[in-house]
Design a binder for this molecule. Structure first.
Ligand code: SF4
Length: 458
């Protein structure tokens, strides 16, 4: 079969067991390969927009603002200003004469109308090209309105999605340290890198509460500007989705001396280990005892039900392609718990350390891929004859076109997949998808040569 991997991308694909592991990653996407990655602006927007009492204004043409709450739904327990999407809607005239005046007018009007606690102003490609002074306009608007107005330097062309994460962290860091930390407990933490999809951060906050630990700031799911401003009063930063928010954790460590730990709330093993990691940090026997009880209680009802799914799913094959590699680690373990084999795993933004960890935990023959594209992914799915593909909004059509089951593990999902209850939801969803009778009626890929056939419904 003819290879669909471009010559220049050969070193970003590895088949475990064939040669020593040395995967190229963390670099700009190859022109012409049509990466699954989003742009820099999109990376910033994903991280910041769950801050629910802030104004989010996209300075650029209207098309850049397409990723609205209605597509990606981070939930809020209070204000919902983040659900509104604002854009300066730059037109040809603005490109010629500059968009600074329009931006200032928009900021003034929106802040007067919506009374946000802060405003984030996102720079897009065209703003980088015409050279609008975002910093200057934000400063002026902040002075006039009395709230923090924060520029997010996220011009779409200036790098890959990771550069957007960095721009978001820099913008948030300007808020940190500006609030009052009086009354914050010594046993306290900030939750970084959880976006409260389907209410997941509420599950995690409840676990920490049961352990006797105060959560100072959600960064950023169900986030609040005031909490971010006093986040430097917490004793620990607990970082999930390290690609998105690790930069903020490192800045807070350097300036405020707050240590961080890396966690994942997906799957039974990683969820339990994350809680134990936090308990060990606080080095308090009572916290540890509460944590043990929490894990015991949660697992008691969970395991028997997981065993039922395992019986049905054992031997089925899964493929994983996600934004951040942390999720891939947990998914590999979660599928193993369900008796399934992971035959393909990749991410958009993994680092050398991430991929080494993936290599260590996967089985022989697994394809490991960095910054892939639809052509490659389709060919891998056909070659490995998978039963389910886990990814995000851009991977869904690839799976369905091939007649393969799909599980949404990205910002569009409406089902909580974090925590112990999330593992049960995940198992249920995988079971429903893989075992669905619908596959009898759709054209299904077949085997390593990518031939097509209609599955028998006998
Ligand atoms: S690449 Fe540029 S023009 Fe396209 S959405 Fe991103 S910022 Fe907007």
């Amino acid at each position: 079969m003819e290879s669909v991997i471009f010559e220049e991308r050969q070193n970003q694909v590895h088949r475990k067991g064939k040669q020593p592991f040395d995967l190229a990653c963390n670099k700009d996407s190859l022109a012409g390969a049509v990466s699954q990655r989003a742009c820099v602006f999109c990376g910033s927007r994903v991280v910041l927009y769950p801050i629910a009492d802030a104004l989010h204004l996209v300075h650029g043409p209207i098309g850049c603002a397409a990723y609205t709450w209605d597509i990606r739904g981070a939930l809020s327990s209070g204000p919902e200003l983040h659900r509104l999407s604002f854009s300066t809607d730059l037109q040809e005239r603005d490109v010629i004469f500059g968009g600074e005046k329009k931006l200032y007018r928009a900021l003034k009007e929106l802040i007067e109308r919506h009374h946000p606690k802060a405003a984030f102003v996102y720079s897009t490609c065209i703003v980088g090209l015409i050279g609008d002074d975002l910093e200057g306009v934000c400063k002026k608007a902040g002075k006039k309105t009395g709230i923090p107005v924060l520029p997010v330097q996220s011009e779409g062309f200036k790098g890959n999605k990771r550069a957007g994460y960095h721009a978001a962290c820099q913008a948030m860091f300007r808020l940190v340290g500006t609030g009052d930390t009086t009354g914050i407990s010594k046993k306290s933490l900030n939750i970084l890198g959880d976006f409260n999809l389907a209410g997941e951060i509420w599950i995690i906050r409840d676990y920490f509460k049961r352990m006797g630990i105060e959560v100072v700031a959600n960064i950023t799911g169900d986030g609040r500007v005031g909490d971010l401003q006093r986040a430097h009063g917490a004793a620990l930063n607990v970082v999930q989705c390290s690609g998105a928010t690790m930069d903020l954790a490192l800045m807070m460590e350097e300036v405020y001396g707050i240590p961080h730990v890396r966690v994942s709330y997906f799957g039974v093993e990683d969820m339990a280990e994350s809680l134990y990691t936090v308990a060990r940090f606080f080095d308090d026997p009572k916290v540890m005892e509460r944590t043990r009880k929490l894990v015991r209680d949660e697992l008691a009802g969970l395991y028997p039900r997981l065993q039922e799914f395992r019986r049905a799913l054992t031997g089925k094959k899964a493929a994983i392609y996600v934004g951040g590699a942390f999720k891939a680690f947990s998914l590999v373990k979660a599928f193993r718990l369900l008796g399934m084999e992971v035959v393909l795993v990749g991410s958009q933004t993994g680092t050398p350390q991430d991929y080494q960890e993936l290599h260590d935990i996967t089985d022989e023959g697994t394809i490991i891929v960095d910054d892939s594209n639809p052509l490659e992914l389709s060919s891998f799915l056909k070659e490995k004859d998978v039963d389910i593909f886990v990814g995000g909004v851009k991977e869904r059509p690839i799976a369905y076109k091939l007649g393969v089951g799909f599980c949404d593990h990205n910002h569009e999902r409406k089902e909580a997949l974090e925590g112990f209850v999330g593992m049960l939801n995940f198992a249920q969803e995988v079971y429903n998808t893989v075992m669905s009778p619908v596959w009898q009626f759709v054209p299904r890929k077949a085997g390593v040569r990518g031939q097509w056939s209609v599955a028998s419904n006998q």
